[in-house]
Design a binder for this molecule. Structure first.
Ligand SMILES: Nc1ncnc2c1ncn2[C@@H]1O[C@H](COP(=O)(O)OP(=O)(O)O)[C@@H](O)[C@H]1O
Ligand SMILES: Cc1cn([C@H]2C[C@H](O)[C@@H](COP(=O)(O)OP(=O)(O)O)O2)c(=O)[nH]c1=O
Length: 328
């Protein structure tokens, strides 16, 4: 039997070894995210984490990086671990107690390069000005790909995530005329982070396709270009918020703003928000902003002519998604 002092020493050495492994070199690592919010801790996440770190310390497992994160979105299933393997495939493990984490360590984590059983979820954001057809196309795409047997989620910030909902209420409140543009950018980024971590990341590895109705590029265009904060600055702010998460592909739906607004105002059931009420010039700048973004990031953003009938636009977007889904 070891004394408490000896055990403490062994543990701190193990933790030092793990810490060193997390900071040294640029080698790709398996990432393990563990939910350490109150719900996780109550369910025993701290013990799970301690056991995992001890196992890693024993083996000096330099190929694994452990990240502590907040609530993983399903408190009843805590402790929850997410493993991002060397190919970026995310697999979620629920109710991971000490025994389960030992099994996970020896079965999956200890030997790098072992293929995860999770799905390689493809993520796509739709961008464009008001009335470009994002909402309409997303519904059509969901129906289409689900009919083909795929698991699909459409998501739109704030997406029913209560903290993000509250932030969005502040942003869109017509009475908040004094809102500073950087405050607005920060609020969008905050809502985005909450929505991403609570709603989207937990689905990676489970679904085939996640479709975003607007994402980071909306902020880059609306706050960065139109509100003149600077596109690079807003992009950097969002990189912080999303920890560099970007969809696999972004589709920009291009339409003359006059046509887009005609579509929107012809649709009487639609919510009219503060931004819809801005001058038409604003929407012209939105289009300019997207075109600049497109010219600078043609490697990840694809333009689709959205001035055509919706069926033709859908066909193009569907083909782009087909190609993406067929990629390894
Ligand atoms: N290609 C299109 N041609 C004509 N009308 C369209 C087209 N795409 C969408 N619409 C109509 O325009 C309105 C706004 O579309 P919506 O999908 O809500 O745009 P967004 O989400 O980009 O603001 C809706 O009434 C929709 O039916
Ligand atoms: C996501 C996002 C939206 N917006 C703006 C774009 C829209 O004018 C407004 C509301 O978005 P939304 O309700 O999605 O409008 P639409 O149906 O036209 O897409 O918020 C930003 O300014 N920054 C952002 O980061």
């Amino acid at each position: 039997m070891k004394s408490l002092d000896e055990l403490t020493k062994i543990r701190s050495e193990a933790l030092r070894a793990v810490d060193a492994s997390n900071t040294s070199g640029n080698d790709k690592k398996i990432i393990v995210r563990i939910g350490m919010a109150t719900c996780g801790i109550t369910a025993g996440a701290r013990q799970t984490l301690t056991r995992l770190l001890d196992l890693m310390g024993q083996d000096r497992a330099a190929h694994i990086k452990v990240l502590q994160t907040g609530c993983m979105g399903n408190c009843d299933m805590e402790p929850i671990l997410e493993v991002v393997d060397l190919e970026g495939v995310v697999t979620r493990y629920e109710r991971v107690g000490i025994q389960e984490v030992e099994k996970l360590y020896y079965d999956v984590l200890r030997t790098p390069g072992v293929k995860s059983k999770g799905k390689k979820t493809k993520t796509v954001s739709l961008e464009g000005g008001e009335g470009s057809g994002k909402t309409t196309l997303l519904a059509m795409l969901k129906d289409h790909f689900e009919a083909r047997g795929l698991d699909v989620m459409i998501t739109r910030e704030p997406g029913g995530v209560r903290i993000a909902e509250k932030i969005r209420e502040i942003i869109l409140d017509v009475e908040h005329t004094e809102m500073d543009v950087r405050t607005e950018a920060l609020l969008y980024a905050a809502a985005r982070r909450q929505h991403l971590t609570q709603k989207v990341l937990p689905e990676l590895g489970k679904l085939d396709l996640v479709l975003f109705d607007r994402f980071v590029d909306s902020s880059v265009v609306y706050q960065g270009y139109v509100r003149e904060i600077g596109m690079d600055e807003v992009y950097e702010l969002n990189r912080f918020a999303t920890e560099d998460f970007l969809p696999d592909m972004t589709i920009y739906l291009d339409v003359d703003p006059a046509e887009g607004l005609k579509r929107v105002y012809g649709d009487s059931g639609r919510e009219i928000n503060r931004l819809d009420l801005e001058a038409a010039e604003f929407h012209v700048k939105v289009r300019q902003g997207y075109r600049i973004l497109l010219s600078e990031h043609s490697e990840r953003i694809v333009e689709v002519d959205a001035s055509r009938p919706v069926e033709a636009v859908f066909e193009d977007v569907k083909n782009l998604l087909d190609n993406l889904l067929n990629r390894a």
